[in-house]
Structures are given as C-alpha cells and as structure tokens.
Ligand binder design. Structure first.
Ligand code: BGC
Ligand code: IFM
Length: 809
C-alpha cells in the first residue's frame, strides 16, 4: 500500500495522506542550521549540535508519537484547524506534503481555505523560513485568525529534559514588534540567542507556554486558539514559546503570504560589554532583512534548488528503470548528504543527545558524498585524523562542536583505524589531490604528524594487534557493535553475570582481517605514489600474512568464520549451535580477494544465499541466538530477528552485492540491491513502515514477528554503502587513483544504461551497451570516437565534455 508517490521531475516525494505508518520526515539545512520536519510539521531545530545547541524542543517517544513542531493554527467563527493536519487533526478536505531536497511544502485545505507552508533553510543562513500562503477559494469574504507556534528548548537537550528545578526558573524572552527573542542563558554566556519573527504587523503574541495552551490542554487544543485571542503573555521562567496571531480578511479568491522566520544568532565571543540580559540585535536585524519579502524568499528558495541540482549533477543515471534512476540520481545521494552532515546524531530514532560523530561512521559516510563535496570531505578527514591516537587507534566518536574525542566512549573498537584508509583513499581517488597526504594534522596527544602518518598508524595498528591465530584482535567490537567478544563471565556458561571488559582479551575478528586485506591495496598504492617503495613492500608482506591467516584459521566449512571469542572458541562456525553464519566476513574476505581463483568465493556466496536470504534482504546471522550468550556480549540481548541478532542490516547487504560483482553475478547482485532499496518497497509501505525514499538501518529479519518492518531510517552507513555498491560495482563506474574505471556487472537482460559522471572537472557522458547480454566484461571503450586500451578513462582535466561509448561482451 502506498501513502504517496514520487515526483521525479521535482525531485520530491509527495505524501497524500497524513497518517503515514510512521512519521515520514525530511531534513532542512546542510551546513550549520538544521531542522527535522515530519509530514505533519513535527520536529525540531538545532545549530550544529543537536545535543548542546537545540533551538526548539521535541519530546521523543511521545503519545501520540510525533507531537511538537512548527505549528500553525487557523481560527474562524469559533472553529479551528491545523493546515498540516497535526496537531489539531481536524479532517482536511485536501492534504499534501511534498518532501523535496532541503525543503518541505505542506498544503492543507479546510472549508475552502487553502494553506500552503513552505519550510526551508536558506543556503548559508542560520535560520529557517516558513512561508505561509493562505488563499480563500470560496466565493465570499472570510475573516480568519492565524496563530503560529514554536516551543523553545533551553539549548542543552538533555538538561532540558531533566533539570527542572533549575530550568523552570531560567527562561527569558523579549518581544519587540513582531519579533520574539529567546534569550535564556544569555545572562551567563552572552553568545547566542534565537528569535521567531514574521514580516507583518501582528495582533497579539504569546511567549509563555501555559498561557498559550492552558495547563491542562494539549497541542491540539491551545486555550488561546480556542478563544481566538492571544494573551500577550511574557514568559518568566517556566517554558518559553513563541506564538504570533494575525487577524485577516480575505476576499473571495484572495491570497496572502506571510514569511515566518526562526533564526539563531551566534556571537563568536561572549559579549562582555553588554549588560546582563541585553542582547545585541545587529545580526538579528540583518538576518530578518535578508528574508523579509517574497522576492527574497523566492530567490533563496531558487538558490537552494539550484545548489541541489548542481550537486546531484555529478552522478546521473538513465537506466530505463525509474525506481533505480530515482534511487541513484536523487534519493540515495540526498540521504548520503544528510547522513554525512549529521552522522548518527539526530533522527526520529536517534535522540540527538547520546551520539556525536562516529569515527567509523563518518569515514564510511565519505564514500557517499566525496563526488559532490570533496572540499568538505577533506576537512572531515582532518577532523577525524586529529582524534586519532599515536598508536593508530581512535576515539570512537567525537563532538561536533569542539571536535574533541568523546572520553566516555573512548577507543577500543579495533576496526576504527582502517576506515580512515577507506575515507582518505576515496578522497584521493576522487580528486587526485595527493598533496593532501602532506597536510599537517597532529595526533590526539598533540604530536606533530602529516596525514600520511595517520594512515600508516592505522595500518600498523592492525599489524601490531594480532592474536593467537595471527588474526586481528577485536577489542571491544569491530563493525558489529554488539559482538563484544572481550566480555567474559567469571563463570563460563552461566548467564546474567556482570559483564566486564577484559583489556587483555585475545578475541579475534575475521571481519577486521577481511577489511585489512580489502583496504590494504589502497594503502600500498598510496605508499607507492609517495615513493615509499620499502613501506609498500613491507605492507604487501603483511597482507600476504593476513591472507594466510584467514585461509588457515578463518575458513569454516562453506564460509568464513566470524571470530574467536575470549576463550578461543570459534564464533560463526558449523560447530556452534546458534550463530553459525555471519554476513560480515563473507563480504569483506571476498572483497579482499580471497577465494576468487579457487571457487571458494562462489561456495561462500552460495551459502549466503542459501542461509541468509529472505524476501526482504539478507539477515545478519543464521541461526539467530535464541538463548543468551554472555561471552558474545550485546548481540543476543536482542530478540531473534532484531538488530544485530539476525535483523536485515541494510548496511552490510551491499558488501555481499559487491562480492557478487567480483565473481561476475550481476543478476544476483542486482536482486539483492532491489530487495532493500526503498523505492522498490514503496508499494509495501504498510509493512516497511519507514520512508520509501530513504534507507533504514534495519529491517526485521526472518525470525521476527514483524518480518519486513524497518527501523532507524535516515542516519546509517547503509546510504553510502548502497550508493557505492550500485554506482561503483553494479553500474561499475568507479573513481581510481589514476582515472575513472568502467567495470559494470549488471543483470544479463539489460541492454545497457547511461551515466553522466563529473570527475575531476571533466564531464563524462557514458553510454554502456550490452549487445550480447552479458553480466560482466568490457569489450571496447571509445572516448570521443577513439578507441582506448583497457577500461580506465584517463584524467583530462580540461573541463570538457567527453562522450564515452562502452561495449560489453
Ligand atoms: C547499540 C546497538 C546499536 C549500535 C550502533 C550500540 O551501542 O546497543 O543496538 O546497533 O550501538 O548503533
Ligand atoms: O557498525 C555499526 C555502526 O557504526 C552503527 N550502527 C550499527 C552498526 C552495526 O553494529
């Protein structure tokens, strides 16, 4: 069942009824000011860090689920409604929500009054615009009252939810004309405040929540709206809000437009000069002037749209399959950008409080955006490297505001260092900017280093931390956060002991071994490009050692073993009763090249198909854990079929897709792709539940009662890895150190496809023909009519357009 449709022309998903199976959200803003907005105007805003600088309040896990947001109420003759359906939920005659790239437009019509609200964050501005157009579609004059509403958060989101003995006494506001300023904390810090304004005269306002709502009322029945009269309240402590009221007459057919603006002002330094509680409004006035009429707003909106057009233009696909085209050309890239911006911090599943920017996560996110914003990728790599320890290990997370590692979580995820090689190599391949490796970036202890030293430290961390089988030590966990093999019970076999984290654990990970051999060739090539032949040779020897160790100790009967636990017992083996086959090492060991020659890769992938495949994607492990295994850590704390315990982790399905392309099985790779790609799941939205335009981290697995139901949409490495799998490995257009590689592996029945790829300033218009209906193999490539040798498009860097004709066969 569908709840809307894709409009590819406008790059929008159009939701046609408000009661979607879960709030379907969008993100506004992509630099510093961000907003989450649901299809019924729920959500909140923050500046840079959802935890420390939250501008408006949101209550997670609420009843109903999604209340609190950027609300407008209309009042006429004692009746009132919300043009966004929520929170009043009066049934509308027409409803539509268009989620576009960086904006949402929600339209609601009631009793011939049509209201359209365009929500967006202009480029390079610390504010959001809500432009409300209201039109009288009836043939008589109407008298209406409009009420706006937002609720301020007292900046620190966790404190805001917990510290009421203080917070109920700190709130401060100021009203000046149509502008309501929120200045809590200014007394003490004097460096930031917010405001909510409208470009019109107002007839009243409220800033005190209880005066607006009434102590015993909900969002759906504010006292002020019910009475049709603002109370002009001033918040003193308690809960500051901002609401305007505007009375208007609309002639038959008449339309009026109002521009509401929620702005954030930051002064770099605390303003010592100002008297307590008196804010300097210079920047606020300027920000208001920037968007105070329709012409300026139209221009800002056009700029936002143009900016997305030009970002997406770097990779555009025409395949003849509209679902695939909209995933690749629009939505997957969009999700990659949002995920890159916010890491795993703020979504409708991540509360914006507990998770900063992940080291592993952020490096992976780079592979989804480096073709759009290489300069920002560059900066992110430096920020990440600066949190690395001298021995190569890394803080698992860092704080976006001060860019410092998070001590509460610390390090010890032994896969982390390797992702820096992936992130940096992706940047180098995209840009050819090898000078970057000489960029000075100290280690966490302040010791001077250049970026290349960090890659070396990453690589050597794995080499220097191997266990009894010469496989990498897993530490607290590898990619699978919940497989915590260094946890142990004092009484083995007995469950529910207190978990301890044993520092000297010898538990090993075959997955990290697979990652090591997958990313090592890039590291070695980087060494060579720098003329470090000796290092390159040495590194190659380590790779051979690791491959040997995998072959000797990392292969089970028909697949790769997952790990060795604290007691040296196998994990992910036929010898285990539960958890025999894990997905992660299967993808990585094959990507690293093991089993390609001797048929092992094929056997392994057949086992994966046989044991892990379901109608909704590949589950993470089979059989799932029905009993609790303390020696495996968090994984079996989940019921079977959920999360790491046999859920369909959409993040690692692409590793199998890529492995399939490495053995040439394009049909299988694409079948796996389609199973989890959201656009293909639109028709089963009532099962899938989360947005049909973005990936979710997890879909409930075979053993779950709710098999097929997705959770954790938006912020997940799934976005970047699926983008890599489809664009680089299935369509096979892949940036390499010295050019653009063309190496498709597609379903046999495809006749071909066309891709526009901007690479190092050149525009490649690539037409792939598949006359013999093969999956893999390139017979001939012509660049501007001339045949070239091999399948690597050279770097022209002439800014020109090049026609590429590829014949498979
Ligand atoms: C949570 C897992 C989660 C992981 C990554 C862990 O701390 O317990 O449920 O999958 O973090 O999000
Ligand atoms: O690898 C992790 C990721 O860092 C966060 N989400 C869950 C994944 C698997 O545990």
């Amino acid at each position: 069942m569908k709840f809307g449709y894709f409009n590819d022309e406008n790059k929008e998903y159009v939701i046609t009824r408000p009661d979607t199976p879960y709030p379907w959200i969008n993100y506004l803003g992509s630099q510093a000011y961000f907003s989450l907005l649901s299809n019924t105007a729920g959500g909140y805003s923050f500046y840079k860090d959802a935890s420390k600088l939250r501008i408006t309040r949101y209550r997670y896990n609420n009843i109903p689920h999604d209340v609190g947001g950027k609300y407008y109420y209309l009042f006429e003759d004692g009746e009132y409604w919300s043009p966004t359906w929520a929170p009043v939920k009066r049934e509308l005659d027409k409803y539509e929500c268009r989620h576009g790239l960086g904006y949402s437009k929600i339209t609601g019509e009631y009793n011939d009054i049509n209201t359209e609200i365009l929500y967006f964050v202009p480029e390079n501005a610390n504010c959001e615009i809500h432009r409300l157009k209201i039109k009288n579609n009836s043939n008589r004059k109407r008298s209406l009252k409009l009420f706006s509403f937002i609720e301020f958060c007292l900046w620190n989101a966790f404190d805001d939810m917990t510290n009421f003995q203080r917070n109920f006494s700190t709130g401060e506001v100021e009203v000046e004309g149509a502008t309501i300023y929120h200045k809590t904390e200014y007394r003490e810090r004097r460096n930031h405040y917010a405001f909510f304004t409208v470009n019109s005269e107002i007839d009243g306002f409220d800033t005190d929540r209880e005066s607006f709502m009434g102590l015993y009322n909900g969002f759906h029945e504010p006292a002020v709206v019910k009475n049709g009269q603002s109370s002009n309240s001033l918040a003193n402590g308690w809960s500051p809000i901002a609401s305007h009221s505007i009375n208007m007459d609309l002639e038959a057919g008449e339309e009026k437009s109002f521009i509401f603006q929620l702005g954030f002002i930051e002064n770099k330094k605390a303003e010592k000069w100002s008297a307590p509680g008196i804010i300097n409004k210079t920047k606020a006035y300027q920000l208001m002037r920037d968007f105070d009429n329709d012409k300026k707003v139209d221009k800002a909106f056009r700029e936002l749209k143009d900016s997305w057009e030009s970002l997406l233009d770097n990779y555009q696909l025409k395949s003849g399959d509209e679902k695939l085209d909209r995933m690749v050309s629009i939505w997957n890239q969009y999700q990659c950008m949002v995920t890159y911006n916010l890491s795993r911090s703020a979504s409708y599943f991540e509360s914006g409080i507990s998770r900063g920017m992940g080291f592993r996560d952020s490096n992976q996110d780079l592979i989804g955006i480096v073709h759009m914003i290489p300069e920002r990728a560059r900066q992110r790599i430096l920020d990440l490297a600066a949190t690395q320890f001298e021995d190569g290990s890394a803080y698992h997370q860092f704080e976006p505001l001060n860019k410092k590692g998070n001590d509460a979580i610390g390090s010890g995820f032994n896969d982390d260092p390797l992702w820096l090689i992936l992130g940096t190599a992706s940047y180098l391949k995209e840009t050819g900017d090898f000078d970057f490796l000489n960029q000075k970036v100290p280690f966490n202890n302040g010791k001077e280093a250049v970026l290349f030293d960090h890659l070396k430290a990453s690589f050597m961390y794995i080499v220097n931390n191997r266990g009894p089988h010469d496989l990498p030590l897993i530490g607290h966990a590898d990619w699978n956060d919940c497989l915590n093999l260094s946890c142990f019970s004092d009484k083995p076999g007995e469950s529910f002991q207190v978990l301890s984290n044993k520092e000297d654990s010898q538990a090993e990970s075959v997955m990290i071994a697979g990652m090591f051999i997958t990313f090592a060739p890039d590291y070695i090539e980087i060494c060579r490009q720098r003329g470090e032949e000796e290092l390159a040779r040495e590194a190659q020897n380590y790779v051979e050692e690791m491959k040997e160790a995998i072959k000797k100790h990392g292969v089970d009967e028909n697949w790769f073993l997952r790990a060795y636990d604290y007691y040296g017992k196998k994990v992910g083996s036929v010898e285990n009763e539960e958890g025999q086959l894990y997905i992660e090492p299967q993808g990585f060991c094959i990507m690293g090249g093991i089993g390609l020659e001797d048929g092992l890769a094929r056997t392994v992938l057949d086992s994966v198909k046989d044991r892990l495949d379901t109608d909704y994607g590949l589950v993470l492990v089979d059989p799932t854990y029905k009993s609790y295994h303390i020696e495996l850590g968090e994984i079996s704390s989940y019921p079977p079929g959920y999360k790491e315990n046999g859920g369909i982790f959409c993040h690692n399905n692409p590793w199998i897709m890529i492995a399939e392309t490495m053995i040439g099985r394009g049909d299988q790779a694409f079948e796996y792709y389609k199973k989890i790609a959201p656009a293909y799941l639109e028709e089963i939205s009532e099962v899938h539940k989360t947005e049909p335009y973005v990936y979710a981290q997890m879909i409930a697995g075979r053993d779950a009662a709710t098999h097929g139901e997705a959770k954790n949409s938006w912020l997940t490495g799934t976005a970047a890895w699926n983008f890599a799998a489809i664009t680089q490995w299935i369509l096979g257009i892949r940036a390499d150190f010295n050019g653009l590689k063309i190496d498709p592996c597609i379903p046999k029945n495809w006749d071909g496809f066309e891709v526009k790829r901007v690479f190092r300033g050149d525009i490649f218009k690539i037409k792939v023909n598949n006359p013999e209906h093969v999956s893999k193999g390139v017979r001939e490539i012509k660049v501007d009519g001339t045949r070239i040798n091999g399948n690597l498009l050279p770097v022209y860097q002439d800014g020109g357009e090049h026609d590429i004709e590829v014949i498979m066969g």
